[in-house]
Design a binder for this molecule. Sequence first.
Ligand code: FAD
Length: 461
Amino acid sequence: MKITIIGAGPGGYEAAIMASKLGAEVTVIEKNEVGGTCLNVGCIPTKALLASSDVLTTSLEAEKFGVFNDHTTADLEQIIERKDKLVSGLVKGIEFLFESNGVNLVRGSGKMIDSKTVEVKRNDGAVETLVSDKILLATGSVPICPEMFHYDGKKVITSTEALALKTPPKSMIVVGGGVIGCELGQFFSRLGTQITIVEMADQILISEDESVAKQLLRQFKREKIKVLTANGVADVNVQDSGVEVTLTNGKTLEAEMMLLSIGRSSFSKGLNLEAVGIIVDQKGHIPVDDRLETSVKGIYAVGDLINTPYLAHVASKEGIIAAENMLGENKTGVHKAIPRCVYTQPQVAAVGVTEKEAQQRGIPYKIGSFDFRSLGKAQIIAKIQGQIKIIVDEKDVIIGASIVGPEATELLTELTMAVHLGLTAEVLGDVIHPHPTLSEAIMEALHDVHGKSINKVALRL
Ligand code: FAD
């Protein structure tokens, strides 16, 4: 079986390796570096930068632990250098995985000719035609940059340019208080940039629990990050000295730079989908069935290109499912429990429904919660801010969880597993959690669902 994959982001590269392991002859076409958005300008570089600012913050707070470090400073150029080294090491890692699994990598741009044929314009100028039994489209997404924002990559930038700045700007307007805006906004703020986040909705992190978003907002205020919710951008004026933004409420803001983080859109430009009769939906997504096959038999699509959450772990999972299906299995791409993570300080992590969603959908539910401040481990590491909130349905089955606090993104997996497996609060709460760990907060929140949290401060005073 011959398989051609266009795009080597998490969707494409994991599909390639899996298909090869299952016995297919696989060719991957990639116009840039392997690893896609995630590895080159997304998940990995942002988290590498945040790891540096976390060290900076911990170092500045060292005295709390009886440790004295009088000369703490940060240098963005060196932070970026570390990030670049990390990324190029991981890129080489994927290239090695391709090699060791017999995946053929062609560097260039692929486009459809017919349902079995892909034409590649190689980066060295040569043109080649590949005929295969099955084709996987995994070309991902690009930042949304409406014309009115006058994106120029210098004063008006996206996350891609933000990840390569060598000196922190004095001030930055961040348009969009979603995951990317919050993460990069806090990172630059910690390096000394005066940040103003402008968000159209009435809360930052609009898909997350209101109380969780409020906790993060409180921290942002402590760090002097300005957040203007329920505010849109009406006009943008790029000048030599910087950017002037007029808000929908008539007020104006000025800053050295503006970071556009208002979302991403699927990228199918140049794929020549017309040649095979695939029609994208209004948002540019390629429609697929439960098995991730498009309307054209033998052509599959995954990741940011289809209408599922724009997350690397979703793309990878879909890549694996598509590979298995191309090789004769019948797996479905519908995911019950998709973890959502924000790597700010405090971190935010959630799975399943939020309380608001349960209310909107009329689901009868109960809540169990626990504050980190009551936990020994949180006090040991001096990270007491935040809480865990668990939502169960009327049968005690865990249908959602939101965490804001230390290591929230690591803690979430236990609750993701619970939602995935349909575990009850009673069953999971019965599991012995090690002491002293942050995971005890999950156990306490589970016990709290039944009013049995030993360490929760009772309000019956
Ligand atoms: P992509 O990773 O976008 O890969 C598509 C690849 O296709 C690219 O390499 C592109 O060059 C290539 N390509 C496109 N067209 C062609 C063509 N015609 N021919 C050849 N090659 C082509 N997700 C998380 O889960 N966790 C995070 O912490 C996280 N952080 C993020 C931070 C930022 C700043 C950004 C921008 C994104 C972040 N994401 C995160 C989202 C994540 O990066 C994407 O969801 C993920 O990369 C999507 O994978 P994909 O394989 O669908 O596409």
